[in-house]
Design a protein around this ligand. Sequence first.
Ligand code: C2E
Ligand code: MG
Ligand code: MG
Ligand code: MG
Length: 288
Amino acid sequence: AAKKEGWNRYALYDPEMGERVAERASLEAELRRALEEGAFALHYQPIVRARTGAIIGYEALLRWPRADGEAISPATFVPVAEEAGLMPEIGAWVLAEACREAAGWPDHLTVAVNISATQLRSGLVIQAVEGALTGSGLAPHRLEVEITETALLENRELALCLLRRLRALGVMIALDDFGTGYSSLSFVHTFPLTRIKIDRSFVRGLGRDSQSTAIVWAIIGLSRSLGLAVTAEGVETEEQHRLLARKRGLDLQGFLFGRPEAPPRGTPGATGPRPKPPGPTTGSETSG
Ligand code: C2E
Ligand code: MG
Ligand code: MG
Ligand code: MG
């Protein structure tokens, strides 16, 4: 009976699976076209110093405005682009565009750019970073690349070699979404990182769930003793901000301080992306 079922399972046409394959293929084709036509855009989200509320830089986040007006999250299309082998090329565009934009901001502001696992693995990332820096004239220390734990674990030797080369260029390196994987800070510290970003799933539980709270304090404490900068991601409430505000050497990112936004148009190089002061220090307009 099992064999008969097996036969049925694999030989008969499964309309649902056919649909999924077709959807994915059309998404891939659309992504290719978007790349060729220059249809991607970047939005920028502020990162602030916990103790002063001052903006220290922005994270560049990829946006794909589609003709039908439907917004599709990078969390959905980046994995498709990765599998289609498009991420090294899209990523090179992101690097060039983000550096070009940041070169027009005041000198103290940094720009953070996400680097996908396949983009790192392709090895083209060094060329892309060098090209983006020389093309824009941005000082290397004003660029921070964000890498995920998966990218480090996938190919440790290659990752180590590439990150060392990036550091040698003067570029900063952040570990994104820390805490969601299974590696310890002592493992990730074998890589030449300059910053740890605490995943927002832990920040969400701050002050409400003792385990998340303990994890956040532990990551902040250990990162600082290892000489790494720390960012808490996904700060959404005044309560979370209140708990984090006292921490020395901590930076904050989240909807409370500003959502990712398109840079202002028409005055290239003249201004940064709307450096409005973060809500909490000024009090009023922080509904979320
Ligand atoms: P990420 O690098 O961890 O980026 C932060 C994500 O959290 C962004 O989502 C941002 O909009 C969202 N976020 C920021 N503050 C808050 C908050 O207070 N609450 C909540 N709920 N969310 C917040 P987004 O823009 O949808 O990006 C999702 C992911 O897609 C990114 O996570 C990153 O992994 C990936 N991604 C985005 N842009 C790029 C890119 O240019 N290249 C690559 N390789 N990946 C990218
Ligand atoms: Mg990121
Ligand atoms: Mg993150
Ligand atoms: Mg994330």
